[in-house]
Design a protein around this ligand. Structure first.
Ligand SMILES: Cc1ncc(COP(=O)(O)O)c(C=O)c1O
Length: 417
């Protein structure tokens, strides 16, 4: 059954249906978006196939337009925490679509938005929120809130950090800065400093916001040393800086608890959430303490920060269902992650991360990712030098699917780094 099955490949990859669609896509999409084999292979210095085109997905399975079935160890960039197409999430989307597809952002709210804010406040322990449509939106909202609450312009972020690519977030993103930032650097402002992630904490006197991922995701599943986040938070508090945790990747059960800050025993002033929040709708939120959020002041009729689709009712309904479905899944995550980690370590690999957010240190993660794809397993490289293969599957992936992945991993024959 699609959802819990092992891979089944009917064609060579990409199959003819995917290939035809990718050829059409290449005519109409900005060439920087979807990597293609023909155009890029020589520049990249390694083999790269055209992608397969997804047609359907359930649980941990994805099926492409040629009927090839894959096991997705990326959870679609970490979005499908509850699995692709979770029945409760689909039912919520359908029911909400019948009554109200769109409300009016800051002007006329709807009940789902209010229910979701209440649930998020209960889950995070933070009082108020600002919705967005993407992770970057949540980061933008957090940076603006911190500016207002602290009265200062300086931002401290960290090497290897990834916070999104819109201009405000990009100023703080350091991951692959030569590619992502360099062409735009003159338009990014000079208010962000980057310090070593997990290293010495610099003087924070002019800093209004400290922005940190508690475990870096795209930066390579990097876990800071024990106690470092606590120290960072206490330094920031002492200096009067607002603490922003970017849990867009780590949030909603990914690392074994609801949010990573809870396992670290610290509380941020602002918390950015996205990805796994709805199981498949573009919705994000910046949650914050009343003290910090109220620095915005009350709306005088025209919101100082809003978007056309702010708190979209379908997204909120899906998120309510997704959070409900996570209740049963989250208690299983630590054991599943520990089992996968132990299996990889017993093969001589170093594994970093927590819960089901793991990075396996391998000599050539690009080649491994490609070899796995051709066996029907989707897993992406992460890290500045692609030093790890990232494993962030749907939280309910079956043991059979994980065993299948381990067999494919062995077959691909990667070397430890
Ligand atoms: C930690 C973190 N922050 C922010 C973002 C940006 O999110 P989005 O791509 O939805 O804008 C990402 C995306 O990968 C992320 O991993």
């Amino acid at each position: 059954m699609l959802g819990t099955t092992l891979p089944h490949l009917k064609t060579a990859l990409p199959g003819p249906g995917s290939q035809a669609l990718i050829d059409r896509l290449a005519q109409r999409e900005c060439p920087a978006i979807t990597a293609r084999r023909a155009r890029r292979a020589s520049e990249l210095g390694h083999d790269q196939d055209d992608p397969v085109v997804w047609a359907r997905a359930r649980g941990a399975n994805v099926e492409d337009v040629d009927g090839n079935v894959f096991v997705d160890l990326t959870a679609g960039f970490g979005v499908a925490t509850v699995g692709h197409g979770h029945p409760d999430v689909r039912a919520a989307a359908q029911a909400q679509s019948e009554v109200l597809l769109h409300a009016m952002g800051d002007a006329f709210p709807d009940p789902r938005r209010i229910e979701l804010l209440e649930l998020l406040a209960a889950k995070t322990g933070l009082d108020r929120g600002i919705f967005g449509s993407s992770g970057s939106d949540a980061v933008e909202a957090a940076l603006k809130t911190a500016r207002l609450a602290s009265g200062r312009t300086g931002v401290l972020a960290f090497d290897g950090g990834y916070h999104g690519l819109s201009y405000g977030a990009l100023a703080a993103t350091d991951y692959k800065s030569t590619a992502f930032r360099a062409p735009f650097v003159a338009q990014l402002g000079e208010h962000v400093r980057h310090a070593p992630f997990g290293g010495e904490i610099p003087d924070l006197r002019d800093v209004g916001a400290v922005l940190v991922e508690p475990i870096q995701g795209r930066g390579g599943i990097r876990v800071p040393p024990a106690g470092w986040l606590t120290e960072l938070v206490s330094h920031a508090r002492a200096a009067g800086a607002v603490v922003i945790f970017d849990e867009i990747y780590t949030g909603f059960g990914r690392t074994g608890g609801w949010f990573r800050f809870q396992a670290e025993g610290v509380r941020p002033d602002l918390l950015c959430l996205g990805k796994g929040m709805s199981g498949g709708f573009p919705i994000s939120v910046c949650m914050g303490t009343a003290e910090v959020m109220d620095a915005w002041g009350a709306s005088r009729g025209e919101a100082l920060h809003t978007q056309t689709f702010l708190g979209n009712p379908v997204g909120c309904a899906m998120s309510l269902a997704c959070i409900g479905a996570l209740e049963a899944l989250i208690p299983t995550v630590s054991a599943a992650g520990a089992g996968l980690q132990a299996s990889l370590e017993s093969r001589g690999f170093t594994v970093r991360g927590a819960g089901l957010m793991l990075g396996v240190e391998v000599a050539d993660s690009l080649a491994l990712s490609r070899a796995l794809l051709h066996q029907g397993y989707l897993a992406l490289p992460a890290g500045l030098r692609a030093e790890v293969l990232a494993l962030t599957p749907p939280l309910g992936i079956t043991q059979g699917q994980l065993d299948g992945f381990l067999a494919a991993f062995d077959e691909a024959g990667p070397c430890p780094r």
